[in-house]
Design a protein around this ligand. Sequence first.
Ligand SMILES: [Zn+2]
Length: 284
Amino acid sequence: MQSLNQQLAVKVKALLNECDAVLIGAGAGLTSAAGIDYWDEQAFARIFPGWIKRGFTAQYQLMGYSHWSQEEQWGYYKTHLDYVYFSQQSNPLYQSLYQLVKDKDYFVMTSNVDGHFYKNGFDKSRIYAPQGDYGLIQCTQPCTKQVWEIKPFLDQMHPYYDAREQILTSALGIPKCPVCGSDMFIHVRIDASFIDDVHELERQALFDWLAAQERKRVLLIDLGSGFNTPTVIRLPMEKLTITLADATLVRVNLDHANTTLDLGNKVISVQSDIAEFIKNISIE
Ligand SMILES: [Zn+2]
């Protein structure tokens, strides 16, 4: 385990310069470092006054919450999506990250659903985001493998949205599947109704990209993948480091920079704030 210092930043920069390809793995820690923190009570008080009145103090409390009517649920999600997805069209931290890898042969795998990678310049065909996308909505049955852009569904809620209470005032605003009329939900992996097929092409693109790296020098950078869903990013990054002959994993994490598997000298664990790390290796 190392803490961030100039010597380490120089070492990582050298690895980045010398490698043939970069695989970025990203988890919730990167989103927090980018300033969208689901535990942030000050931001919650500012953005969600209606939900403060109902006794909540942070967004994480409403992740997976189920004791609400659909009018409350969609009122909350409309506010939440406006804040974490639609109002965040560019982000300085992701922009800096993009500048670091844009001229490299890169690929991204992320458990994040907030779309920051594609909003900040990363090529959508080089992103594997198997946990879903806040910009999309799907049928909860699901009756079809189709997913839709969520924006028109949120716009349709508008006449029924009470901005003070941050809930819907009528069931008429609740999105219904255009095909079968069932309830809908944001296209995020919460249960078996998630339409995984949507991600088959990106999964194949990642496998093809990895197959092409077998004999190349690959730098894997793991930014903030934790233990909520370790099998999505965290463990695969370690396994890939073992599988690829000439690979180095740089894992940057404030709390969990260690690895589960023994990677010997193929790993550099950096206990650091991710924003600090990116700032340090961005300095010419
Ligand atoms: Zn349907």
